[in-house]
Design a protein around this ligand. Sequence first.
Ligand code: ADP
Ligand code: MG
Length: 329
Amino acid sequence: MLVTDLLTIEGLRTTFQTRSGEVAAVDGVDLSIARGRTLGIVGESGCGKSVLSLSIMRLVPPPGRIAAGRIMFDGRNLAELSAPEMRAIRGGRIAMIFQEPMTSLNPAFTIGDQIIEAMRAHDRTASAKSLRARAIGALERVRIAAAARRFDEYPHQMSGGMRQRVMIAMALSCEPDLLIADEPTTALDVTVQAQILDLLRTLQQQTGMAIILITHDLGVVAEMADEVAVMYAGRVVERSPGPAIFDDPQHPYTLGLLGSIPKIEEDRDRLLAIEGAVPSPFDLPPGCRFHPRCVFAEPACAEADPELREITVGHRAACRLAPLEDAVG
Ligand SMILES: Nc1ncnc2c1ncn2[C@@H]1O[C@H](COP(=O)(O)OP(=O)(O)O)[C@@H](O)[C@H]1O
Ligand SMILES: [Mg+2]
């Protein structure tokens, strides 16, 4: 069977208009994801991961806008849809969960009422009784114990992990083809994080939805993703199937991220830990955006911003020194 992409992003550029001019938070991103698969997007804070996901949802806050590129979803360019068409996509085909569920849940309503409201948005004919039964079923599906009792609780009565489960239940109520999870476990402790990731995986197997999993944690991506894209300063700097990016990283930035995973750190040169910070889109260095922080940088790296190019089959990196075996020695 031919595997067709559910979502294909081409040349996406998302900008913010500021007093000092227009800056690009996402600057020429190409990505794709097939049905039922998980794409992990990883990078430090400020690399443009959230702006990318908000672009797909067409929820970039003004004065931000999609300035260029196409977001092809199941044959349609989301960048060109009208507001009502986009609302239908968000309510029925693509759902999103965020890092901090407390800011997305309304503290004034019970979680049951909020799940029912999410369900009613795409099923206006269901009776109150059947919606209640379905909402309790949705809570059970995300493994909330004593769901019928929890149904009448308010968000503040729940733990962070429970609230994230409620958010997942609400997101899944529209049976999305694509779930975008932006740092869904960052605010949770390690045990609860593992439970939520396990839940997402199980739900994906049950529903066949594709997942874009955004995180600054390469460990999370290693566990979950079929494909990985590493973002740096608004661009994708490395892309590959999951295992290859960990076994054979081809961009120095990815090497640096891997160096910050404790398990791997022991066998790596300490020099690889990344110093400094992600540049702001106002203040990008010339040439390769990573070169001021790169331990392998050469004078030529300050001259041209390298394109993403194929290093081995299916594995792309935007570094003039790749393949890195030679550079690392
Ligand atoms: N509303 C906004 N106005 C101006 N700049 C923004 C806005 N939102 C994000 N940015 C900028 O876009 C860049 C990427 O941000 P973001 O996508 O939130 O990064 P990440 O999710 O990877 O941490 C940052 O430099 C940030 O300052
Ligand atoms: Mg973010």
